[in-house]
Ligand binder design. Structure first.
Ligand code: GAR
Length: 185
């Protein structure tokens, strides 16, 4: 059975979808670790509810990205993690983590990449007047939202409410992330 780590910074609805799919057997995998860079984020309680171990850290308590990523790598190694799933982890992955888990890290992003990279993809797309939105799952490399695409799903929306786009997109994300992990493992 493959061992997953999920990285998240906030709500954790994708974490929840992945953990639930592991719990009910939809995925033949186990979430071995949550990694969260925001102490007090709602995702931490979600991990507790599933009985999933978490590594919660405050980046400001470290001297550098390399230092906190070295701690993350220790936790991933200890849990013998096969696949790292970034799910709303709002940090750029650095060379320490990439070096140790190259080719084993995927990310979900709320746009049809390569359009609208970065942390405000939906807001920027709405401001641009986009009519076809989407979700992308891709391999993580050193470029922000730049690795090879694994899966995409598009949807149409002709309005100006980013919250509505997030709502529609997240329903798609939860399904697409579980389906994609299933294929990969
Ligand atoms: C998700 O919609 C994900 O696509 C986005 O953060 C959200 C996290 O939601 N990620 C990015 O914007 C990465 N650039 P969640 O905490 O409810 O899973």
């Amino acid at each position: 059975m493959k061992r997953l780590a999920v990285f998240a910074s906030g709500t954790g609805s994708n974490f929840q979808a992945i953990a639930q799919a592991c719990a009910d057997g939809t995925l033949d995998a186990r979430v071995a670790l949550l990694v969260c860079d925001k102490p007090g984020a709602p995702v931490v309680e979600k991990a507790q509810a599933f009985g999933i171990e978490s590594f919660v850290f405050n980046p400001k308590a470290y001297g550098s990205k390399a230092e906190y990523e070295a701690d993350i790598v220790k936790k991933l190694d200890a849990q013998k993690v096969d696949l790292v799933c970034l799910a709303g982890y709002m940090r750029i992955v650095g060379e320490v983590l990439l070096g140790a888990y190259d080719g084993k890290i995927i990310n979900i992003h709320p746009s049809l990449l390569p359009a609208f990279r970065g942390a405000h993809a939906v807001e920027e797309a709405v401001a641009y007047g986009v009519k076809v939105y989407g979700i992308t799952i891709h391999w993580v490399n050193a470029d922000l939202d730049g690795g090879k695409i694994i899966a995409q799903k598009a949807f149409e929306y002709d309005g100006d409410d980013p919250a509505e786009v997030h709502r529609i997109g997240q329903k798609i994300e939860h399904k697409l992330y579980v389906e994609t992990i299933k294929q990969l493992i």
